[in-house]
Design a protein around this ligand. Structure first.
Ligand SMILES: *Cc1c(COP(=O)(O)O)cnc(C)c1O
Length: 395
């Protein structure tokens, strides 16, 4: 595979320091590779940084979305709405629970779920008696959604919000960290291409203590060792002892290992520095590409993007089409990518009755979209090269 050593510029790359390596090394010499103290330490630090009462670490964000749906009461017969401009997990998690999935088209400026489209769809759904039970908005590219408006609609129509902030670790909305308000629970991803990494990994946060308890149970087989939560707690009379545990509901093994938690905790300390670097690189892309036939990512004064992605759209005046530009950039050693093929156009969702034209804005965005390399170690010289090769192709 092409790597940075051959001059290839990937679209994303993890940052691993000597401190990260030392932290994982120390963990390997400790007593617990999983279910030891590193997991709760990572959870506590993450919760503190995101201004939230409870953080539950899991094996990946898809698992977090799954138990998030379950803990918010989603099951067979439930209705869940999400954005078509996301990774398939944002919809699949509802299917895991036997729920019905639908989508709300995007706002082409922010590329997030459109609140106007959401309000209109809710009005129709109310008349038909088909209101959703859960909304899964996605903070695309790291830019927080219109969370306050979504919360107001959730309160009016009576649905819950599970925010997919897989791109938005460290982002802020109206001066508060993403995850601290508005959503009932918020999910983050620590996949290697994301902002902070544990290889694979995820986190789900909430301000609701009862919801957090439920999430912990679902993460670990539905098994509890908490006597206050047991049907039959051990007593001298019933002959039960300290070995005793109860499975009170059906759960999964979605735990994060302590190896991963040690890496995550070590990474967390550099998250804000990385976000600032990503933003500086985004500003530089804006300056380098501003004159080209491209639509650049939008900024919003009331929110701070985590800048997971820098995605451009080729304008009508671009000299070459997206497929051609993509292939030429890859041939030039520039690891562009496309985010996202709209979920409803995937064969699995087509079989469930969706047609491409159902969410035309997500499709129109997809057909022109290109994610450029963006990661903290990207150099200005590399960035200049990306901009030059791209502009030579389109302008
Ligand atoms: C990466 C991602 C996921 C899935 O994350 P995993 O940790 O790989 O399971 C879900 N939603 C979005 C928007 C993502 O980008």
């Amino acid at each position: 595979m092409a790597s940075a050593a051959d001059g290839f510029i990937p679209y994303s790359r993890q940052e691993i320091s000597e401190e990260d390596i030392a932290a994982v090394g120390a963990l390997l010499r400790s007593d617990f590779l999983t279910q030891g103290p590193a997991g709760p330490a990572f959870e506590a630090a993450f919760a503190e940084r995101h201004g939230v009462g409870h953080a539950i670490a899991v094996s990946n964000a898809t698992a977090a979305l799954h138990i998030g749906c379950l803990a918010l009461g989603i099951g067979p017969g439930s209705r869940v709405w999400t954005s078509p401009n996301s990774f398939v997990s944002s919809a699949n998690c509802a299917v895991f629970c036997g729920a019905t999935v639908d989508f709300v088209d995007i706002d082409p400026i922010t590329r997030n779920m459109g609140v106007d489209a959401l309000a209109a769809k809710l009005e129709t759904a109310e008349k038909r008696g088909t209101l959703p039970d859960l909304l899964i908005p996605v903070d695309f590219a790291g830019l927080p959604c219109d969370l306050a408006e979504m919360r107001a609609l959730a309160d009016r129509y009576g649905f819950a919000i599970l925010e997919d902030a897989s791109h938005a670790t460290g982002a802020a909305y109206r001066d508060e960290p993403v995850g601290s308000r508005h959503a009932d629970a918020t999910v983050f991803s620590f996949h290697a291409v994301k902002i902070v990494t544990t290889g694979e990994g995820g986190m789900i946060v909430t301000q609701d203590a009862a919801l957090a308890e439920r999430l912990r149970l679902l993460r670990s087989h539905g098994v509890t060792r908490d006597e206050t939560a047991m049907k039959r707690a051990p007593t001298p009379e019933n002959g039960l002892g300290a070995w005793y545990y109860e499975m009170t509901e059906l759960g999964w093994n979605y735990r994060l290992t302590d190896l991963q938690a040690a890496l995550g905790l070590s990474q967390l300390g550099r998250m804000d520095e990385w976000r600032a670097r990503r933003e500086a690189l985004a500003d530089r892309y804006d300056a380098l590409l501003g004159e080209g036939p491209l639509r650049l990512p939008v900024r919003r004064a009331d929110r701070v993007s985590a800048w997971h992605l820098y995605a451009v759209e080729l304008a009508d005046e671009a000299r070459a089409g997206r497929a051609e530009v993509f292939a030429a950039l890859r041939a030039a050693g520039i690891g562009v990518n496309v985010h996202y093929i709209p979920i409803h156009t995937q064969p699995f969702y087509r079989q469930r009755g969706f047609r491409s034209e159902d969410f035309p804005k997500a499709v129109a965005y997809y057909e022109r979209a290109l994610s450029l390399p963006l990661f903290p170690a990207l150099t200005e010289a590399q960035q200049d090269r990306v901009a030059r090769v791209l502009l030579d192709l389109v302008a």
